[in-house]
Write a protein that binds this ligand. Structure first.
Ligand SMILES: [Zn+2]
Length: 595
């Protein structure tokens, strides 16, 4: 794992350097990169000629880059070990093309082309950090470590699946066959690891766990019930290939202060802060992607903002300008209040809410968002959630927090349920229990009285109370097996409490920080869309006599600047800039003139 992280850091540093070769830098790596460039240009008479000489074929690089992305995606997600082995062997046959090409000056732009093509072909797959790392620095990518972790992950995934299924097998011989199948998979995985991954840094850890599991499996007699939970605990190495790579750039914080224009040339330019070129490009791609929209787009961007502590320059400027106005107004209201001093804490908070409402209304350019959150909930420390996000990933935490208010509840998520994959992820992260890991009594409580009566099947009594039926059912011999036929254990989930080590994390602070991030991202999305719309309106100016500004808010909530803008028409020569400010919900409309 260690090597993997160091390589990742190197890759991220590399990306920054590649994108900054014009800037003077004292770093020796950067100097070397500049020297390489000058050597190249002095060798060829023109860069164009150099590009197509020698063995560098741009199309070959682009095609190989695409193949690598497709292959890595399969290796990262497949449960079939033989598929993974086959794909790894294929990767070995094509990686040299990238290794040889990677020194070339146009390599990065060709790889970017592969990434763009990949995204257009599989719009639901966003290239993961490790996948990009592989493409950008193929010579330094620790392929053996990657394969080692991938094999282990795949085995773990398919083992878990077999365990879930084995519980519901009725016939003893079917169970035995399934156990044999697991042993075969284990043997195959170990052999593959021993043959190809001895030099991987996590080889010893992974092998130790697999061997412990092997001993456990062998110790199980044919008739003993399979204790899946204790056997799963043996496989405790939790690997997220992506977070192993992508959390690095945040922690080294070398991007602090970097700027990236998200919509250059459009009417209202939006600037991302603290993102390097690669991350900036990623966010721009998400913004531009028409196949990701609505809440999904918002969620993906909020996750990235939280993970990398990103900001929007224009939102920061807006906050500087109007946050002061807002807070000054509140101070003024407090000072001039006759009752404030005499109030208790609760009443003060109540009155403060009124003051906030009043203060918001004094803002001339009133952004269309929850300004109270934007001005008051700005986290003092935007890294408060870093530990949690690093361990669990933002999206998983969002799911967790959404349901965490009731940890005791058993939740049913059927196969096609929107939340099903989210709960499955929580189980993987040890934040939730699934199926038969949940106490039987709690599972029975999720059933209706009718269903309980069906299961109890007690000819002498029709139960009127759930508790009585459950008590009876719990005493039926082999009840777990019988239940397997009636209910699907796989669709049952129950959250667990956060581990002890996070006891010091202030959950209120974390959720405030997220509420704040949602406002920032909404401002970004609204202003971004509005800038595209205005650009579109201005490009279609034929037959336009003049423009009018429209605002979709009603009178009550309309921004004061909009009240002024909607009053009169504007000639082409003297148009206001729309969006007028960040989070402005005004729009331009053409007034036509036909002869
Ligand atoms: Zn306005």
């Amino acid at each position: 794992m260690g090597t993997f992280i160091i390589i990742s850091v190197a890759i991220i540093v590399f990306v920054i350097i590649v994108t900054n070769t014009t800037k003077k830098s004292k770093s020796s790596l950067a100097n070397r990169s500049i020297e390489t460039n000058s050597t190249n240009s002095s060798r060829g008479t023109s860069s164009q000629q150099y590009v197509f000489s020698g063995s560098y074929f741009p199309q070959n690089i682009q095609r190989t880059g695409l193949q690598v992305l497709e292959t890595l995606s399969i290796i990262g997600t497949s449960k079939a070990l033989d598929t993974i082995t086959g794909r790894y062997n294929f990767l070995l046959t094509i990686i040299d093309v990238l290794k040889e090409g990677s020194e070339h000056t146009r390599y990065i732009s060709d790889i970017q082309n592969s990434i763009d093509t990949y995204k257009s072909m599989y719009y639901d797959r966003i290239p993961q950090g490790y996948e990009l790392a592989f493409l950008l620095k193929p010579k330094e990518f620790d392929l053996i470590e990657f394969y080692c972790l991938s094999l282990y992950r795949a085995f773990k995934r398919s083992y878990e699946d077999h365990l879930e299924e084995i519980k519901f097998l009725k016939r003893q011989d079917a169970k035995v066959r399934r156990k044999e199948k697991i042993k075969e998979l284990l043997k195959y995985t170990k052999e593959e690891l021993a043959n190809k991954c001895r030099n991987a840094s996590s080889f010893n850890d992974v092998m130790t766990e697999l061997e412990k599991l092997e001993i456990y499996l062998t110790s199980q007699t044919e008739n003993s019930t399979f204790n899946s939970n204790s056997s799963l605990e043996i496989l405790k190495t939790n690997i997220d290939l992506n977070s192993a790579v992508t959390t690095i750039s945040k922690r080294q914080n070398s991007n602090k202060g970097m700027e990236f224009k998200l919509n250059p040339g459009l009417p209202f330019e939006l600037t991302l802060l603290n993102a390097d070129f690669q991350l900036g490009q990623k966010i721009r791609n998400i913004l531009e992607d028409d196949n990701v929209y609505g809440g999904k787009k918002r969620e993906i961007i909020v996750a990235l903002f939280s993970e990398y502590n990103l900001e929007i320059k224009e939102v920061e400027e807006y906050k500087n300008k109007y946050g002061r106005v807002y807070h000054e107004k509140i101070n003024e209201l407090v000072k001039s209040s006759a009752v404030w001093q005499s109030l208790g804490v609760r009443d003060k908070e109540d009155l403060m809410e009124d003051f906030r409402e009043i203060a918001v209304k004094t803002i001339y350019e009133r952004a269309n968002c929850n300004l109270k959150i934007l001005f008051d909930k700005e986290p003092a420390d935007i890294t408060v959630d870093d530990e949690l996000i690093k361990e669990y990933g933002f999206e998983n935490l969002v799911t967790y927090f959404r349901f965490a208010e009731n940890l005791d509840k058993v939740r049913v998520a059927q196969n096609d349920n929107y939340n099903r994959p989210r709960f499955e992820k929580l189980v993987e992260l040890d934040l939730a229990l699934r199926g038969s890991a949940i106490p039987l009594e709690e599972i029975l409580l999720t059933l209706t009285l009718k269903e309980l009566n069906d299961i109890a099947n007690n000819v002498e009594k029709d139960y009127k109370r759930k508790n009585q039926a459950i008590e009876y059912i719990m005493n039926i011999p082999n009840i777990e097996e019988k239940l397997g036929a009636k209910i699907s254990f796989r669709e049952l989930f129950k959250l667990k409490a956060l581990p002890e080590k996070y006891a010091t994390i202030n959950l209120k602070e974390v959720s405030d920080a997220w509420a704040y991030t949602y406002e920032v991202v909404d401002l970004l999305l609204d202003t971004y869309r509005s800038s595209i719309y205005t650009d579109h309106i201005l490009k279609n100016s034929q037959y336009v006599k003049e423009y009018r500004v429209y605002c979709f808010s009603n009178d009550e909530s309309m921004c004061p600047c909009a009240r002024d803008l909607i009053k009169k028409p504007f000639p082409k020569s003297n148009l206001p800039k729309i969006p007028y400010h960040i989070g402005c919900n005004c729009m331009l409309r053409q007034e036509y003139e036909f002869d």
